[in-house]
Design a protein around this ligand. Structure first.
Ligand code: ATP
Ligand code: MG
Length: 174
């Protein structure tokens, strides 16, 4: 079965959780799952479970404990190198497994902020091994990324409690 490319985008809550839901389904069907997460500076609760699941490999770039707009040029350059390394590592693993799902969580945000080499990503998407199923998440994919996707699912915010002052809640948002 040929693998396809998914994008979960938009300003509503649920992009990462949708990707994790697909990971659960694929894993249940015998897929190996690679979850490569970008721009996350703290652990999210799903890792407590996924760490224990055979056939799931988690790769994370460590973001300094600051917002990306607070990083100086040197910190940005270092983060870009780290993100490129995580990306390369993820695609290295793909080669042999027949059933593989690879989730690049918030890769779209990393591209938008120039914190990863976009060309390498586009090149991979254009030439990826046929069998690999790929998911990208992030709010605002550009036209080039959208053009490469087979599924594009936009999650649109109708309402979010953050806007009325409710802070992120453990187990729900992280
Ligand atoms: P989730 O991880 O809950 O599925 P997401 O992947 O769609 O959310 P991101 O853009 O990755 O959302 O946002 C990172 C964090 O901000 C998450 O904790 C998410 O729940 C929360 N969030 C998502 N959308 C909004 C929004 N419109 N306003 C405020 N917080 C949001
Ligand atoms: Mg997310």
């Amino acid at each position: 079965m040929n693998g396809l490319i998914h994008i979960y985008c938009g300003d509503g809550k649920g992009k990462t959780t949708a990707a994790l839901g697909l990971a659960l389904r694929a894993c249940g069907s015998g897929y190996k799952v690679i979850l490569a997460q970008f721009l996350k500076s703290w652990n999210t609760s799903e890792l407590n479970i996924l760490d224990k699941v055979e056939n799931v490999l988690i790769l994370r770039s460590k973001k300094p404990g600051k917002f990306t707009w607070q990083l100086n040029d040197e910190e940005k350059a270092a983060l870009k190198i780290e993100n490129n390394r995580i990306f390369e590592k993820a695609i290295e693993v793909i080669s042999c497994d027949k059933k593989i799902l690879i989730i690049f969580d918030e890769l779209i945000g990393a591209i938008e902020k120039n914190l990863i080499d976009k060309e390498a990503v586009v090149d991979f998407l254009k030439t990826k091994p046929l069998h690999a199923e790929v998911v990208l998440t992030g709010r605002n994919p550009d036209g080039e990324l959208l053009g490469l996707a087979d599924y594009i699912s936009e999650i649109k915010k109708i309402r979010h409690p953050f806007d009325s002052g409710v802070k992120a809640r453990e187990g729900i948002e992280y």
